[in-house]
Design a protein around this ligand. Structure first.
Ligand SMILES: [Zn+2]
Length: 195
């Protein structure tokens, strides 16, 4: 029986690398995968990019209005696995559609995404919230903070300063330097007090 997976972690924990590794393992066995991601910005286009180099073209990207179930039913019924990058940007309805894909077509769906948005807001990423509610298997991809503790937060820094407010998706205008770092709660609180 196929299952819906949610593999979550903080920024920079290597989610996309893991996804690419899983895709590679399937293809090495002669099986077909369908790699997809939400269309949130134009910077990365239709490719998955990793910080350490490997990249890959997606089968398709989707907007918040797209019905992923229908797209897979039409064009990708024959794949052995569906891999979703940046799954935090799914709508709750799209997570439900992916569950229907698992149940109706018996295709495993593996979603990779962030657990929490950078403001640590309750329900910050509705896609992640829905995945935490629905997925058969929920797995953490661990990473560590600069201090050595486990990092659970993805924090935004603008020109070197911790940002505690702003939109979830920030388009780089080239004027300010936007960096994301994985932090533990201790370091987050310390940096927040220093603001
Ligand atoms: Zn720390």
């Amino acid at each position: 029986m196929a299952q819906l997976y949610f593999r979550y972690g903080a920024m920079g924990c290597g989610k996309t690398m893991q996804l690419l590794q899983v895709a590679f393992n399937y293809e090495e066995r002669g099986q077909k995968v369908c790699v997809i991601k939400p269309r949130t910005d134009t910077k990365n286009g239709t490719k998955l990019l990793t910080r350490i180099g490997p990249e890959r073209e997606t089968q398709f990207t989707f907007t918040r209005r797209d019905n992923i179930y229908k797209k897979i039913q039409k064009d990708y019924r024959d794949v052995d696995c569906i891999l979703v990058d940046e799954a935090q940007f799914l709508t709750p309805a799209q997570v439900d559609q992916l569950m229907d894909v698992v149940v109706d077509f018996d295709i495993p769906v593996m979603c990779y995404g962030l657990r929490l948005n950078f403001r640590r807001q309750d329900g910050g990423f509705e896609g992640s919230t829905r995945l935490l509610q629905l997925a058969h298997k929920i797995e953490e991809i661990k990473t560590i903070c600069d201090c050595g503790r486990k990092a659970t937060l993805s924090c935004r820094f603008i020109d070197g300063k911790l940002a505690t407010d702003g939109p979830d998706i920030l388009i780089d205008d080239g004027k300010t330097k936007i960096v994301y770092r994985a932090l533990c709660n201790h370091c987050y609180h310390r940096l927040k007090k220093e603001l």
